[in-house]
Design a protein around this ligand. Structure first.
Ligand code: ZN
Ligand code: ZN
Length: 138
């Protein structure tokens, strides 16, 4: 189990058992909707409620412990913040796949923000489409 208490402290959040159960649930399975997180978290912490999970997810997204991946027409998914990567998001089944950033994409974003004198604090690259297995089903 990762040191969630330390992670929360670094982001100026109190390390409650609820928050640690949520982080553990997300780390077990990767990109998850709030319902998925709930189903996983109650196995770790049987007293946790869906409302508590919602509330804590919002706080942890605000404090950049978690990242929200919006999926149009579907519920957002959440993951632990880690190094920058690109998401391939399937708008049919809601699957989210991580792809590493490569030097070429890094350079494009660097040049773009540089010429605009735009101070970049945070970035998220989500590409939306239909995954290979959903294309087979069509
Ligand atoms: Zn799909
Ligand atoms: Zn991701």
């Amino acid at each position: 189990m990762s040191d969630y208490a330390q992670l929360l402290k670094e982001h100026a959040l109190k390390a409650t058992f609820q928050r640690m159960s949520i982080l553990q649930a997300i780390e077990n399975r990767g990109h998850m909707s709030v319902e998925d997180i709930y189903n996983e978290a109650i196995r770790i912490n049987p007293t946790i409620s869906l409302a508590t999970i919602y509330k804590n997810i919002i706080v942890m997204v605000e404090k950049s412990v978690l990242v929200e991946v919006p999926i149009s027409g579907k519920k957002s998914k959440y993951e632990l913040r880690k190094s920058d990567h690109i998401h391939l998001v399937c708008t049919e089944c809601g699957a989210v796949e991580d792809k590493p950033c490569i030097e070429a994409t890094d350079r494009v974003f660097h040049d773009l923000t540089e010429t605009e004198h735009f101070k970049l604090n945070k970035r998220q690259i989500n590409l939306y489409g239909v995954c290979a297995s959903c294309q087979e089903c069509a």
